[in-house]
Design a protein around this ligand. Sequence first.
Ligand code: AHR
Length: 646
Amino acid sequence: MRKTNIFAALMLAAMTSLGASAQHQFAVQANKPGVEIQPTMYGIFFEDINFGADGGLYAEMVENRSFEFPQRLMGWNTFGNVTVSDVKPAFDRNPHYVTLEASGAREKQTGLENRGFFGMGLKKDMKYDFTVYARLHLLNGKQTKIRVELVNSNNNVIAKQSITITNNKWQKYTTTLTSPQTDAKGLMRVYLESGESVDLDHISLFPQDNWNGLRADLVQDLSDLHPGVFRFPGGCIVEGTDLETRYEWKNSVGAPENRPLNENRWNYTFPHRLYPNYYQTYGLGFYEYFLLSEKIGADPLPILSVGLSCQYQNSDNDKNAHVAVDQLQSYIDDALDLIEFANGPVTSKWGKLRADMGHPAPFNLKQIGIGNEQWGPLYPERLQKFMEQIHAKYPKIKICGSSGPSADGKDFDYGWEQMRKLGVDMVDEHYYKSPDWFRSNAGRYDNYDRKGPKVFAGEYAAHAKHDPNSWEAALSEAAFMTGLERNADVVYQATYAPLFAHVEGWQWRPDLIWFDNLTSVRSANYYVQQLYGLNKGTHVLSLTENGKTVKGENGLYATACFDKHTKSYIVKIANTSNEEKEITVTFNGLKKLKAGKVTVLHADDIQAENKIDHKNAVVPVTSDVQANGNVLNVKMKANSFVVYRF
Ligand code: AHR
């Protein structure tokens, strides 16, 4: 016995002196499924930031299509005789339109040009649906013709169509143009071709590769994440810089042509990333959101205003910045009515609107969040009023409260204490921290109170100093998320934020998915989320090394779970160290593991980043794997994340 110990010590010394890594022994208790993992885990957070909605997921290519931006012609170049009016408009909530009148001599053209959002992305052979609301300007007018053209970045007309207008009442006209070439920076022109003056409104262009008005490629990106929950519409956008500009969901439903414009706070929030042309048309509104949630199989989680405008930008003492507690009823009604819009019978007011919009079946909304990043006593006293009425009318709807913008500290503790007192179902936590913080906090939830509200990690992302979407940031998130999985009895859902960014129009980074007008790129962080989403499991399994959970010692993080639907055993390991690791994973309670798959996410350079013109710097690679009986031998590269599935 003594001899063996000396031999082992000598071997260890020899290995260390040769620089070989020590062997790690992980034990998975495979025959004892532990706490349940919520199906809502690993979701998505959507906010119209970084041109995520208008100019992004919402496939409309025309900027300021309704001439409602405060500078009515922003986004348009006009030539000849073009004026803006609002007399007898087509849409009462979007009353402005343009009048095109002849400019004199035939050669002097009248028309207008729109360059979309950072140019219009045109794809070869793609069909584009043009729509306009038009009427003859003169009551006794007979007929006029307009011409719509797609123009490439060399100023060549590449497609055109004419439309004849004979009605002096507003009427919708459509035509389709096919682009013969691909051009990232195209534009569209509309001319008064011949005849009398004409009024035009809601000038719109959609590519046919859209899904319910949303960019098909970006919808696919979302669907491929297999998200469990879908938070919408933010974020700070929920609150508004002032109460008037908060997100009002009722303005985002009904005919898109008549959804009133709102400002977008990301237009001006960061002076060094100013986008004065950034507004919210609500073309992607709450109906489209519920439809999309249903399509991608994620539970919707709407977040609504609690009657406090952004607390960062307003003083808590400013009475105009918040609604008095006894004046909240219309805000509470907004929450109640949204639940009715999602779930109510078609005979109810809001359920009927849902049906009229095309979805008589309920959307099966189960939860709602009230308030985003709120802090201090103003919040709980308001939230309580919402809770009383929501519980009374919809006792099954779960309510999510906020713990403010920080991961810890006085306001965070106060927030949690208040949320416990109120008895919310879930508390929304936000943390944008360094990769190092993520690696050091994989045990964050190990000692959380098991009896209180559950956690919704509603906004989080590792913010690296350089290369925001670097592999280092993503790997740190992968490591941290082992702690989310291990604590599935307290962490019920988690959403990385923000979701989308236009490469030419961002205000905030890192982001999960970057795009231009033709294509998108999935970040390394995306693939981490996707691997968790695809390998969620239904029950946590105990995974230990020397009887302890694996949460950072030697740079290793690991977790295991069981999926009762596919009867699979899943092990996730992050090696955040700079050395290769040899690990044996023993599945106690099992005799033999069947053949499985391993997916590896890795880059030699931890600063590697997927970019729009270089999409594959960090991508998952899957191969077959065979265990030896119930023992899996793992050789893990430095800085890698692996998922085994048997
Ligand atoms: O995700 C970007 C912003 O970060 C959100 O709008 C806000 O809630 C948070 O501060």
